[in-house]
Design a protein around this ligand. Structure first.
Ligand code: CTP
Ligand code: ZN
Length: 152
């Protein structure tokens, strides 16, 4: 997209999560635990035209970088996303997210009878499978509602 079509302003310092699947922007904010009360700038573009995806969402978070576990979970709902680190208006680092083989300690299991919900000192662990993530302990599969089960 050329600059005169830019929908969301450029940022000075922070992180741009680009090429997010249309409709997932609010889930991205949920994964990052951002609700606006933090005080830093957050810009969200939804259904922005994209050559690669047709339509995409984009999230810009000022003065904040992402942890690896946040990126791992993001990759589950936005497998095409690029994470751009911006410093002094320039993109200084650009990474495609990669789907991890598993995520440990970041998602809660929706199955009440799962050992991970029994008050035992057991850390959750989900294997990443084609259609979502699967609890290592009870095999429950989380699909579209991954963002509702984030524990970080
Ligand atoms: N961006 C921003 N503020 C800046 C610099 C870049 O918000 N100061 C945003 C751009 O709007 C874009 C993303 O960060 O959405 C990546 O910027 P850039 O690498 O310059 O754009 P492209 O080359 O189009 O990226 P890609 O090749 O990943 O599509
Ligand atoms: Zn379970």
């Amino acid at each position: 997209m050329s600059d005169h079509e830019l929908r969301v302003s450029k940022i000075r310092d922070g992180t741009v999560i680009d090429h997010v699947e249309g409709g997932q922007a609010l889930n991205v904010l949920a994964i990052l635990g951002i609700d606006g009360s933090e005080g830093f700038g957050v810009s969200v573009g939804m259904n922005v035209p994209s050559d690669r995806l047709g339509r995409k969402d984009i999230v810009k978070v000022e003065e904040r970088e992402l942890s690896q576990s946040e990126v791992d979970v993001l990759s589950l709902i936005a497998p095409e996303a690029t994470i751009n680190i911006v410093r002094d208006f320039e993109v200084v680092e650009k990474n495609r997210v990669t789907r991890p083989d598993s995520v440990t300690g970041v998602l809660s299991c929706p199955n009440r009878n799962c050992i991970t919900n029994a008050g035992e000192p057991v850390e959750t662990r989900f294997d990443v499978v084609a259609d979502g993530v699967r609890c290592d302990y009870c095999s429950t599969i989380l699909r579209a509602d991954i963002a509702d089960h984030i524990d970080v």
